[in-house]
Ligand binder design. Structure first.
Ligand code: AMP
Length: 428
């Protein structure tokens, strides 16, 4: 299948070619023709599948096929996303794919001044990409009118429900004209999603593409059984020894993200923490620096990292395993994207063994464990049905990894003896 067979306009094909895309991804091949036919769509697809272009390209084409309404120019496309980061990424995609078309788009989300958003709306925009809260603020303040929306997209609808946006979504839907085309994208299915789909969609075409965990051939997954107090040292070692240039590290808490980031900086690794307490400006800066190579490691919580579009991310580290097994799938979806090779490594202590068991159950397979981590062996064997973590006594007498090779790109390296060779962390 070629992009030229999908019925897209010359301007859109040009934008796609400029992105270097050669062939449509499965979600694009399936979704683009049916969206162009005007059908409602329920799509099971997660980040990394190319879903954004899957809805953005046909929507731009549909706008292009109609005359531009007279002033005041009404908003005709509304794309709702759960997070600011995703809103920004979808907005960037709209701008990229629509660069040869005469449409205006704006990203609307909280945490930044509302004034420039109001000014842009007043100038007239065709496409809004928004998180529900700020959108409602703008509507309530009478700066925005949704009565001429023709196309509605709910992106990552499952996450929006998880984050408690259902009431806001219902309120927003209630303000839209009855006659419109609806597209619902969700990585997972649940009774709640089906309920929403039933209410929202009119005779939808259902599309589903393989989840990343099913298509995990582009992501190699590994587990290191290691005691909690050795995790940071092992992480520094992996980054330094492998001369990694870009790694996304997942942690459970905001505090944990800040602490780990400080420690990695002491190890000479350039890094930034990304979490909900950071200002919008700080988050954007961290993401930009990470994308352009200014920092090596981005330490993120699940919510902050959700939907991040970072091209061909080579390494993802689970410094803490997620409490919810499905989040593991979302996390490793950040690597090995659009055909690129990726590596996902989980650092697991014995207290997290039960979480590992839950993840392997979701994946329906075992993740290979590295036999010799360089530290004393940590047993991750748990009875799979055990409801509680089984804490194993750690054996004394473990050894440390070999000293990491020095790499000028990484600066000061941790050595076998602990932080930068100055402290000896002892096996207990
Ligand atoms: P998404 O699932 O929309 O977040 O997209 C994941 C990544 O795949 C983005 O970095 C896109 O730029 C990239 N991408 C989208 N469509 C294609 C394609 N047809 N070929 C190659 N890469 C693509």
């Amino acid at each position: 299948m070629q992009f030229s067979e999908l019925g897209l306009s010359e301007q859109l094909l040009k934008a796609v070619a400029e992105q270097g895309y050669e062939t449509p991804t499965p979600i694009q091949a399936q979704a683009i023709p049916v969206i162009l036919q005007g059908r409602d769509v329920m799509a099971g697809a997660q980040t990394g599948t190319g879903k954004t272009a899957g809805f953005t390209l046909p929507l731009l084409q549909l706008l292009q096929q109609k005359p531009i309404p007279n002033r005041p120019r009404p908003v005709r496309v509304l794309i709702l996303t759960p997070t600011r980061e995703l809103a920004m990424q979808v907005y960037e995609s709209v701008k990229t794919y629509g660069q040869h078309l005469p449409f205006f788009a704006e990203a609307i989300f909280g945490g930044v001044s509302i004034v420039p958003q109001i000014q842009k709306i007043q100038r007239g925009i065709d496409i809004i990409v928004a998180t529900p809260g700020r959108l409602l603020d703008l509507i309530q303040q009478k700066h925005l009118d949704l009565s001429r929306i023709e196309y509605l997209v709910l992106d990552e609808a499952d996450r929006m429900l998880d984050m408690g946006f259902i009431r806001d979504i219902r309120k927003i839907i209630g303000m839209l004209p009855k006659k419109r085309q609806n597209l619902l994208f969700s990585a997972t299915y649940s009774a709640e999603i089906s309920g929403l789909a039933e209410q929202l969609l009119n005779d939808p075409v259902e599309i589903s593409v393989a989840k990343r965990n099913a298509a995990a051939d582009t992501v190699s997954q590994l587990v290191y059984g290691v005691r909690r107090e050795h995790k940071r040292e092992l992480l520094s070692y992996l980054i330094g020894n492998g001369n990694w240039q870009q790694v996304l590290v997942f942690v459970r808490t905001k505090h944990g993200a800040d602490r780990l980031c400080k420690q990695l900086i002491q190890d000479g690794i350039r890094c930034a923490a990304l979490h909900g307490d950071k200002s919008q400006g700080a988050r954007v800066r961290a993401l930009e620096e990470f994308k352009n190579g200014g920092i090596t490691a981005l330490i993120a919580t699940d919510i902050a990292a959700r939907g991040l579009d970072i091209d061909q991310l080579p390494h993802v580290i689970n410094f803490d395993l997620p409490q919810v097994a499905e989040d593991y799938v979302h996390r490793i979806g950040r690597t090995g994207r659009a055909g690129a090779e990726g590596q996902a490594i989980s650092l697991v202590d014995s207290e997290e063994a039960y979480l590992l068991a839950a993840i392997e159950k979701v994946l329906k397979r075992q993740i290979p464990q590295v036999a010799d981590t360089g530290y004393e062996k940590v047993s991750l064997d748990v009875v799979k049905s055990a409801p509680k973590p089984k804490v194993q006594a750690n054996k004394p007498g473990g050894h440390k990894p070999q000293a990491a090779k020095r790499s000028p790109a990484q600066g000061r390296r941790p050595t076998a003896e602990g932080k930068s060779g100055q402290q000896r962390s002892r096996p207990r």
